[in-house]
Write a protein that binds this ligand. Structure first.
Ligand code: NAP
Length: 281
């Protein structure tokens, strides 16, 4: 961000979460604001207390707030308006402040839809690894497209509630051997920096006809994606979702659709350079 452009009129935006050591939202947002000549600055507000964060958002009239762990669910009682997706997922990753009122959105779903824009999901057999908030957003998209879901989670009991909402069945590594799976999605942090040589799924389960999506975006190519590439599977990095969910946050704030291949390309370059610079995002 060119600091010379910051004036009294600059709008303050924020990403809230804790501890926020891995967030790339400031890099993504500020690069896009620069590219689109939006007079705003997004700063990281790391804090464990959602009440303190909401007070700060209101006090300093923060226009757009990106919300990440552990506040995606606890923020809900503080919002005046919930989008349909927030109501369905019971989680928000975006707050827009309009005339003192807080509007909650979930653009993770838009990010997932974008990442799968070239892949047919309807009637496919899919495997979701993990059963947390990201898995929930993924399942929402899969249910919408009438895909079948196999659930694989470290704590199998956590999949029961998700099955009631989104359907599917819980499996384990033994039963996975006998199944035909078209699409594999990792929603766990296994393989994320600094544990970059770990994978949530042994490579023996990967097949060349599959599409493998890893929600992790640091590193850009995880061990799971590298293994999938080796067997000839199609791979999708979490960076596609991350960039699209961020552009959607800014689109909601600005009130216009800002998704263009050029902007996605710019964001990809900025995040890739950052990742090379720091060896970690
Ligand atoms: P979460 O709610 O904490 O859920 C994490 C899930 O991963 C849980 O099901 C947990 O299993 C499982 N897990 C955690 N550590 C594990 C381990 N060592 N071995 C096996 N399973 C493990 O987190 P979340 O919000 O869903 O986020 C999950 C991942 O998605 C993170 O890496 C996050 O960065 C990524 N994400 C990416 C984007 C994007 O834009 N690309 C957006 C959102 C999230 P248990 O149930 O057994 O605890």
């Amino acid at each position: 961000m060119n600091k010379k452009n910051i004036t009294r009129l600059t709008t303050l935006n924020a990403v809230i979460g804790y501890p926020l050591t891995q967030t790339q939202s400031p890099t993504l947002h500020n690069a896009i604001y620069d590219a689109l000549n939006i007079n705003s600055l997004l700063m990281a507000f790391p804090h464990p207390d959602i009440n303190a964060l909401i007070a700060a958002i209101k006090t300093f009239n923060v226009a757009l707030t990106a919300v990440t762990m552990p506040h995606k669910e606890t923020v809900l009682p503080h919002l005046h308006h919930l989008s349909e997706t927030v109501t369905a997922l019971k989680a928000a990753n975006t707050i827009i402040q309009r005339d003192g009122e807080l509007w909650g959105y979930n653009t993770d779903v838009d990010g997932i839809e974008h990442a799968f824009r070239h892949i047919t999901l309807t009637q496919k057999n899919t495997l979701i690894i993990g059963a947390g908030g990201a898995a929930r957003a993924m399942a929402y998209v899969l249910k919408k497209h009438q895909a079948h879901i196999y659930w694989l989670n470290r704590t199998p009991d956590k999949t029961h509630e998700l099955i009631e909402i989104f359907g599917g069945q819980t499996i384990n590594h033994d039963t996975l051997n006998d199944l035909t799976v078209d699409i594999i999605i990792n929603t766990t942090p296994v393989g994320m920096y600094p544990d970059i040589h770990h994978s949530p799924l042994p490579h023996k389960f990967l097949r060349h006809h599959q599409t493998v999506f890893d929600m992790i975006y640091n590193p850009l190519e995880t061990q799971l994606l590298a293994d999938a590439k080796k067997v000839g599977a199609k791979t999708i990095s979490g960076i596609e979702m991350f960039i699209a969910q961020g552009i959607q946050q800014i689109s909601l704030w600005q009130g216009e659709n800002l998704h263009t291949p050029a902007l996605e390309h710019l964001a990809q370059n900025v995040l890739a350079i950052k990742s090379t610079d720091e060896t970690k995002i």
